[in-house]
Write a protein that binds this ligand. Structure first.
Ligand code: CAA
Length: 241
């Protein structure tokens, strides 16, 4: 039986591409989503990948949700991809406490909640992969994204700490930092602002979700056991770190 991968926010955008790629690579795959029932239904119909609805910002929901997936799939989760995330862009002087909290909860605390729900199992079985989907804007900052940049930078620190803790147990923990990718999230950016951003990308275009999925497939591969605590930048040369 193939290893079981669970991808949060996996019915749309980068998450959906990751789910499909891992399925193609022979893994068993399940995804979570929170808001869009219609998109989830379409995704499952098209791909045959089961989609579970819960709020990854809710610690208890993550624990219960993961146990449910494992019961339904009759297998424990081997690979976790923390991909779910939201934006609530505004300059700090206009940002509400709610906009701050929602982004920190959904993008960063979700990594704690989900990793916590799988870590005992991974440690006890001596094999696991966790990949956290950060962002170029957690590395370089971005106008109007104090909340998102803080959460995405926080994911990189989280990745490094957990990588150190889990290394001796055969569990690797890495981050990918996508640049601007052709998804619904990026489509919400003002077209003039986005034009300016694309002009700063040496490759000269947005990323395709499949290009981000390719990096995740690499990091979860059996042969990637010596890669841990790293952040793989996939940004068309926009920010060279
Ligand atoms: N750079 C420089 N100056 C900017 C600016 C920018 N990107 N955006 C706004 N300004 C300036 C405005 O020109 C304005 O200046 P004046 O007061 O002199 O007129 C001032 O800042 C205030 O502008 P606004 O009132 O429009 O600012 P705002 O608080 O309403 O929010 C914003 C502005 C809509 C957030 C805008 O800054 C923006 O679109 N930023 C980019 C956000 C972005 O890239 N989001 C990515 C979402 S996708 C994603 O996050 C995925 C991923 O991982 C990459």
């Amino acid at each position: 039986m193939g290893k079981l991968a669970l991808i949060t926010g996996g019915t749309r955008g980068i998450g959906a591409a990751i789910a499909q790629r891992l399925k193609q690579d022979g893994y068993r795959v399940a995804v979570t989503y929170h808001g869009n029932d219609a998109a989830a239904q379409d995704f499952t119909e098209e791909t045959g990948i089961p989609a579970y609805k819960w709020d990854v910002a809710d610690f208890d929901a993550c624990e219960a949700g993961v146990r449910q997936v494992e019961a339904d799939m009759a297998q424990a989760v081997d690979i976790l991809v923390n991909n779910a995330g939201i934006t609530r862009d505004a300059g700090l002087h206009k940002m509400t406490s709610r906009q701050w909290r929602e982004v920190l909860d959904d993008d960063l605390s979700s990594c704690f909640n989900m990793s916590h729900a799988v870590i005992d199992g991974l440690r006890s079985r001596g094999w696991g992969r966790i990949v956290n989907v950060s962002s170029i804007n957690g590395q370089k900052g971005q106008f109007g994204q104090a909340n998102y940049a803080a959460a995405k930078a926080g994911m990189i620190g989280f990745t490094k700490a957990l990588a150190i803790e889990a290394a001796r147990k055969g569990v690797t923990v890495n981050a990918v930092a996508p640049g601007y990718t052709a998804t619904e999230m990026v489509a919400k950016v003002d077209p003039t602002v986005l034009e300016g951003i694309v002009a700063q990308i040496p490759v000269g275009r947005l990323a395709r979700s499949e290009e981000i999925a390719h990096a995740v497939a690499f990091l979860v591969h059996e042969d990637s056991g010596f890669i841990t605590g790293s952040t793989l930048s996939i940004n068309g040369g926009q920010y060279l770190v």
